[in-house]
Write a protein that binds this ligand. Structure first.
Ligand SMILES: CC(C)(COP(=O)(O)OP(=O)(O)OC[C@H]1O[C@@H](n2cnc3c(N)ncnc32)[C@H](O)[C@@H]1OP(=O)(O)O)[C@@H](O)C(=O)NCCC(=O)NCCS
Length: 200
């Protein structure tokens, strides 16, 4: 999985940061109803923290299906992606449908070398977490969130972002389509691989 002195607007009032541009709405996104085409993405606000917990659970349970939700969310290696949200550099985006229902979120944090995340590359390379609610998957929200998050990271001065994904997770294809490639850190025998995307 998934930041810099964001200064004043890190937790500003909720605002739409971008309607999904046509280039982000291919592959399922356009095949839905009118309301699908009206989906939007905005920055994460403090009110979204419960939803980030929901989404980090969705991301983590893929590899921890034998645990209950409470057990998954009690794991320090899962909690570190959301706990204490609002520290300098934390940033993310939320996808909404036309009714304002949250469809998914992607966010990032940086970690120190002595306490790295699963997808740690370097202290100045933020690590992504991403999740989309089960009923909205496969319709373009994940790809749109990734593109919006990459844009945000670039705006904040980062050159790269990283994540960790199970080699068996179909999401690997999504990440590769959105510019992520093997960071060369993981052993081929590791069940997960760390990916990195150059931002430009
Ligand atoms: C991964 C995820 C965020 C992608 O969001 P999405 O809205 O489904 O993605 P999009 O519709 O933009 O793109 C479709 C791609 O997402 C991935 N995807 C779709 N459904 C998925 C699912 N149930 N689980 C994992 N990946 C999925 C595939 O790569 C798919 O590409 P494909 O059509 O070539 O198979 C979302 O499916 C999800 O939350 N999955 C479960 C949690 C998870 O695996 N998180 C990532 C942990 S690293």
């Amino acid at each position: 999985m998934i930041v810099l002195g964001l200064a004043t607007n890190r937790f500003g009032a909720p605002r739409v940061c971008c309607q999904l541009a046509p280039s982000l709405t291919t592959g399922g996104w356009e095949r839905g109803s009118t309301s699908d085409r009206e989906r939007s993405i905005r920055r994460v606000t403090p009110e979204d923290v419960p939803f980030l917990w929901d989404m980090v659970y969705e991301a983590a349970v893929v590899d921890l299906a034998y645990l209950s939700r409470a057990e998954v969310l009690a794991l320090p290696e899962v909690r570190r992606y959301v706990e204490g949200w609002g520290r300098p550099g934390d940033a993310g985006v939320v996808a909404l449908n036309a009714s304002g229902r949250k469809l998914g979120a992607a966010w990032y944090r940086t970690f120190p070398a002595e306490s790295p995340g699963y997808g740690f590359v370097a202290p100045d390379v933020p690590e992504i977490s991403i999740g989309v609610v089960a009923e909205a998957r496969g319709r373009g929200a994940g790809g749109a969130l990734l593109e919006a998050l990459k844009e945000l990271a670039l705006e904040q001065g980062y050159g790269r972002i990283s994540l960790s994904v199970s080699r068996r997770n179909p999401a690997l294809r999504l990440y590769e389509r959105h510019g992520f490639s093997d960071a060369g850190i993981s052993s081929p025998s590791d069940s997960s691989v760390t990916l990195v995307a150059e931002l430009q």
